[in-house]
Design a protein around this ligand. Structure first.
Ligand code: NAI
Length: 306
């Protein structure tokens, strides 16, 4: 999507950190912006920043796990600015600790926001984008945690692996509708994510990890404070949207990590010579897939002919 002027962008978690960086950069590119966020104080601070900057920005207080509220927010965005062409599934939360110490509520909260919230965004806004036939672009924020599991990061990694699978699949699904899809995988970004537990709803209060502890917040902040500036990160996202590029990985320093992860997987593959049935199995599977593709093509031709 080369021409962004006047496009309507819906940004979850848009009042802080990565999402706010996206709001600033896409507003500067001429987009009209909806920032949807659960924290009223973040919305107020973000709106104060935009106040004298001649930007079209509309705040909506939203918990992205609440489907009915999300639909109402999508309606509100449309009534304020018109149809949404850009969806940023940016909002996310994190809380760390060994999987065996987690409560059910620890799982439900993080997966509900990081995965459920992305699913809700896609399910609510993608059909509207398709119906409008104006094309568009969806950017989902995962993390480097989408590539390898880590002790203490189990729930967060689970959510980010899932988001990556969803987003890679979505790219093919939406391509025929002229809707691009990108996956942003940041390493460190200097944001407020160290305070994420402040957004944890009371119904998920039971935790095996930690609460809003200032010392914990200080520790968590210390590992992101030297991370990328969210505005700089968002400029990479802007370029990816313009080029319709899937991967947004603006961190050269993770190259060794990615090489290691993928080389370990490749090295674990069995060798063809260890499987006597390998050639026959491969032939049978290829034939089965070719038959399915032929059936699909015939069905599509029939539909097109109607
Ligand atoms: P942040 O905490 O600064 O911003 C997230 C915003 O989402 C906050 O304003 C918060 O109020 C809002 N939010 C939380 N729960 C919500 C809900 N249920 N509904 C609506 N809004 C909600 O954090 P940050 O770092 O900007 O996070 C954005 C994304 O970036 C997340 O998906 C995170 O996993 C990802 N990320 C961040 C990294 C970092 O180093 N900061 C690294 C890799 C990925």
């Amino acid at each position: 999507m080369e021409d962004l002027a006047g496009k309507v962008a819906f940004i979850t978690g848009g009042a802080s950190g990565v999402g706010l960086g996206q709001a600033k950069v896409f507003a500067e590119a001429g987009c009209r912006i909806v920032i949807a966020d659960i924290r009223q104080d973040h919305l107020d601070e973000a709106m104060a920043w935009f106040r004298d900057r001649n930007a079209a920005v509309h705040p909506i207080r939203l918990d992205i796990t609440d489907r009915e509220a999300y639909k109402a927010a999508a309606d509100e965005a449309e009534s304020v600015f018109g149809p949404v062409q850009l969806l940023f599934n940016t909002c996310g939360v994190s809380q760390f600790g060994p999987i065996q110490d987690a409560t059910w509520e620890d799982w439900d909260w993080q997966l509900g926001v990081n995965l459920g919230g992305v699913i809700n965004g896609v399910m609510i806004l993608a059909p509207r984008m398709i119906a409008r036939r104006q094309g568009g672009h969806i950017v989902t924020t995962a993390s480097m945690a989408a590539f390898n599991g880590s002790p203490g990061g189990g729930i967060y990694c689970t959510s980010k692996f899932a988001v990556r699978g969803l987003t890679e699949s979505l790219r093919g699904d939406l391509a025929p509708h002229d809707i691009g899809v990108s996956l942003l995988c940041p390493a460190g970004v200097n944001t407020n994510i160290h305070e994420a537990v402040l957004t944890r709803p009371a119904k998920y209060a039971s935790t095996g990890y930690y609460g809003p502890d200032p010392e914990r917040f200080r520790q968590l902040k210390s590992v992101i404070v030297d991370g990328m500036d969210p505005v700089v990160l968002a400029r990479h996202v802007l370029q990816a949207v313009k080029e319709n590029r899937f991967w947004v990985l603006p961190y050269p320093e993770v190259k060794e990590q990615l090489l290691r992860v993928h080389q370990t997987i490749i090295d674990a593959l069995a060798r063809p010579e260890d499987d006597p049935d390998y050639e026959d199995r491969k032939r049978r599977q290829e034939a089965a897939f070719a038959a399915v593709r032929a059936q699909r093509a015939a069905a599509n031709n029939q539909q097109g002919g109607k």
